[in-house]
Ligand binder design. Structure first.
Ligand code: ZN
Length: 137
């Protein structure tokens, strides 16, 4: 094994965890309330299609795979995806829903440095959004 020099690189597991966290913070900051029921309590980052697929796990576009859901709605989505799916289709259309699904089924592979880049990108967007919203509250 090559001798490590300088700063220790984070493991893949750490990078995935960091990404999940920053995406969740970003999504909740963006939406502010549960998109399904409108509550602002116990909010989480909900995935239209399972976060199992890396292709759409950190999709932060507004008409993408991630939106704010309260814990209850997020949990219900597991066995009844209709309410969240219906909200999405009403808002963005069936075509876009199909497209997100295609992305979800596509196989996207990230190298560790790509994961780090994605993290840096989303962190930057998060910080900008945070700055722009901080005087609202
Ligand atoms: Zn809800």
């Amino acid at each position: 094994m090559a001798k490590k020099t300088g700063r220790k690189k984070p493991s893949r597991k750490t990078l995935v965890k960091k990404l999940d966290k920053i995406v969740s913070l970003y999504i909740r900051l963006r939406d502010e309330v549960c998109v399904v029921c409108g509550t602002n309590e116990k909010l989480t980052n909900g995935h239209l299609f399972s976060r199992y697929s890396y292709s759409t796990r950190w999709d932060i576009s507004e008409d993408g795979n991630c939106h704010t859901q309260c814990w209850g709605c997020n949990y219900r989505h597991e066995y009844d995806p209709y309410p969240y799916t219906n909200w999405f289709i009403e808002k963005f259309g069936k075509e876009r829903w199909d497209e997100v699904h295609r992305n979800f089924k596509g196989s996207k592979r990230y190298s560790n440095s790509q994961l780090q880049e994605l993290y840096d990108e989303i962190k930057e967007l998060h910080d900008q959004l945070y700055e722009s919203k901080k005087y609202q509250f």
